[in-house]
Design a protein around this ligand. Structure first.
Ligand code: ATP
Ligand code: MG
Length: 242
């Protein structure tokens, strides 16, 4: 369970998050949509402490993350998977080693056990054996992002945060990545996903939250939000990205 309560964040004089509160329970998939600059990335970055919030409370599995991290920040980050827009793979490591490295260095698994788990994760995201020893530069964007997802799930985090995981991909590669994320959702992987892929949200999300100027202006089932948005700004935004 991730609990975010009354979270505030400013950069200089610009207030980017204005009292954001929500909960993601185990096995839930929540999607955040909202216009550019509304604070979506900042919100995700606050949750794994890449950005330090100003005020509020964040708790993961009953452990305080903010304001007083109840354990070392690295220990907290081990519990939180992060999938970035730009994949963020280690370019000097093969696909397999990208997934293995956290298991060896962070989780301290024995090498064979790390390989076994990495292979399992790569299979889950449809990365076949012929690709395991290729470097990121030798992989398509869709393959790289699937390796990044494998890296996240191999660590067995409490929650996976995804920040527009398909928006850097060529259109023909978006589907293969969304299919993998949908499969994770079917397996009840706990996820908080920023995305503008509304068909995906309709398929996979338990709830959609609309962030606008740092405030969650509405939230509800995908059907409610997408078919019958209450706010005029939400309606215009959804029309624009649909
Ligand atoms: P997009 O859809 O374009 O990704 P977003 O909703 O993710 O937008 P954020 O990246 O969270 O928006 O940015 C919200 C606001 O905070 C923007 O005005 C941005 O310029 C500002 N901002 C974000 N990070 C920083 C930072 N490190 N320093 C200063 N300003 C920042
Ligand atoms: Mg963003």
């Amino acid at each position: 369970v991730l609990r975010v309560e009354n979270l505030w964040k400013s950069f200089g004089s610009q207030t980017v998050l204005r009292g954001v509160s929500f909960t993601v329970r185990r096995g839930e998939v929540k999607v955040i949509i909202g216009p550019s600059g509304s604070g979506k990335s900042t919100l995700l970055r606050c949750i794994n402490l890449l950005v330090r919030p100003d005020r509020g409370r964040i708790e993961l599995e009953g452990i305080e993350v903010y304001p007083r991290p109840a354990m070392k920040i690295n220990k907290i980050r081990e519990r939180i998977g992060f999938v970035f827009q730009q994949f963020n793979l280690f370019m000097h490591l093969t696909a397999l080693d990208n997934v293995r490295i956290g298991l060896v260095k962070v989780k301290k698994l024995p090498p064979e056990e790390a390989t076994r788990r990495a292979v399992e994760a790569l299979k889950m995201v449809g990365i076949t054996e012929d690709l395991w020893h290729k470097y990121p530069a030798q992989l398509s964007g869709g393959q790289q992002q699937r390796v990044a997802i494998a890296r996240a799930i191999a660590m067995e985090p409490s929650i996976i945060l995804m920040d527009e995981p398909t928006s850097a991909l060529d259109p023909e590669l978006v589907g293969e990545v969304l299919k993998v994320i949908e499969e994770l959702a079917r397996r009840r992987t706990t996820m908080l996903i920023v995305t503008h892929e509304l068909d995906f949200a309709l398929e996979a999300a338990d709830e959609i939250m609309v962030l606008d100027q740092g405030v969650i202006v509405e939230r509800g089932s995908p059907e409610e939000i997408l078919r019958n948005p209450k706010h005029e700004r939400t309606r215009r935004f959804i029309e624009r990205i649909a």
